[in-house]
Design a protein around this ligand. Structure first.
Ligand code: MN
Length: 294
C-alpha cells in the first residue's frame, strides 16, 4: 500500500491515479495524525480492519494536496556517511560504522510541496537525498536477521544540511530540514530495499544517482544497530544516508528526490527569512574571529 496524508489530516490509500479516503478507518495519533495513528494501532494489534480493504470517497491524485505523511515522528535517526562514494567526496575518515548515528529534531519535518527555509544568507546548505525507513513497532536490541520485522515502510527523505562547524544535530535540525514523502509505501511492496535506485535533482540537474545496494550499513544492519542504542518506536523515521553528489542549494531552487517503487518528492528552497551567519544568536561568544561584535 501507498499511504498518504492530504487536506490536513485525511488519510488516503493510493489506487492507481486515485486516492481512496480511508480516514474513517483510523484513529489519529494526537500529535502525529492519522498515518501515525494507523502505524501505532498496527503495532498494538488493535486495528479494527485492513486499510487494503477499506473503501471510501475517491478523488484524483493529481487534484489532491498531499501533506507531510508523518508530521511528528517520535525520533528522526540518521546515518552519517553511509555510502563510500560520499565518504570520498566529503574527504572524511570514518563511516557510520565508526561514527554511529545521530538525531535530527522531529520538528524539522515538512512534506511534499513544502519549502525548505534556509536560516542564513551567507552559508552553504546542501541537499542530501536519502531512503527514509519508517519504523512499525517498538524494537530494542533486535538482531540483524529479524530487524526488517520492525520496518513499517519507506519514504523519500531529504537530509538538508548546513556545511559549517556545528555538530550534526544542529546543522541538520533547522525547521524544514527534513522533507519526507510524498507518502509511505508499506514494506510488503519492497521486499529488498537494496534493489532500489535513488536519484536527486536540483532544478533540472541530476546530482545524485545511486543504488541503495551501496549502503555501508544496509537497512537491516542500520535498524538493528539503531535499536542497540535506543528503543525504536512506531513512527520513528530513519534517514539511511546519502550517496555522492551533494551540493549547494539556494533561494529559488527546486529539489526533486525519486526512489524506485517509493515515489517522487518535490520541495522548494527559500532564503526569505534568512539572516547573516554573524547575526545568529550567540555569535558574539565565538571569540575574536567570531561574530560581528568581535
Ligand atoms: Mn544525511
Amino acid at each position: 500500500m501507498r499511504l498518504a496524508r492530504f487536506d490536513g489530516d485525511r488519510l488516503g490509500r493510493l489506487d492507481g491515479d486515485q486516492v481512496v479516503d480511508v480516514s474513517d478507518a483510523v484513529i489519529p495519533h494526537p500529535d502525529g495524525g492519522r498515518l501515525h495513528g494507523w502505524i501505532t494501532s498496527v503495532a498494538a494489534g488493535t486495528t479494527p480492519s485492513s486499510l487494503a480493504a477499506a473503501d471510501g470517497p475517491r478523488r484524483r491524485l493529481a487534484d489532491t494536496q498531499l501533506t507531510c505523511p508523518l508530521p511528528a515522528p517520535p525520533k528522526i535517526i540518521a546515518a552519517p556517511v553511509n555510502y563510500l562514494d560520499h565518504k570520498q567526496e566529503m574527504r572524511v575518515e570514518h563511516t557510520v560504522a565508526n561514527l554511529g548515528i545521530f538525531l535530527k529534531a522531529r520538528t524539522s519535518v515538512i512534506g511534499p510541496g513544502d519549502t525548505v527555509m534556509l536560516p542564513y544568507t551567507d552559508q552553504r546548505f546542501d541537499q542530501e537525498g536519502e531512503l527514509g525507513v519508517v519504523i512499525g513497532r517498538r524494537a530494542r536490541n533486535v538482531p540483524v536477521e529479524s530487524a526488517m520485522d520492525a520496518v513499517f515502510g519507506y519514504t523519500c527523505l531529504l537530509d538538508m544540511s548546513l556545511r559549517s562547524t556545528e555538530d550534526r544535530s544542529t546543522r541538520k535540525s533547522f525547521d524544514t530540514f527534513t522533507p519526507i514523502g510524498p507518502w509511505v509505501v508499506t514494506a510488503d511492496e519492497i521486499p529488498d530495499p537494496a534493489a532500489l535506485g535513488l536519484r536527486c535533482w536540483v532544478n533540472q540537474t541530476l546530482r545524485q544517482d545511486c543504488s541503495v545496494a551501496d549502503l555501508v550499513f544496509d537497512v537491516p544492519t542500520l535498524v538493528a544497530y539503531a535499536s542497540s542504542v535506543m528503543t525504536l518506536e512506531p513512527g520513528d523515521v530513519l534517514a539511511t544516508g546519502t550517496p555522492q553528489g551533494v551540493g549547494p542549494v539556494a533561494d529559488g531552487d527546486h529539489i526533486t528526490l525519486e526512489i524506485d517503487r517509493v515515489g517522487r518528492l518535490d520541495v522548494a528552497v527559500s532564503s526569505r527569512d534568512a539572516i547573516p551567519y554573524a547575526a545568529r544568536v550567540g555569535a558574539a561568544s565565538t571569540g575574536p574571529r567570531g561574530g560581528s561584535n568581535g
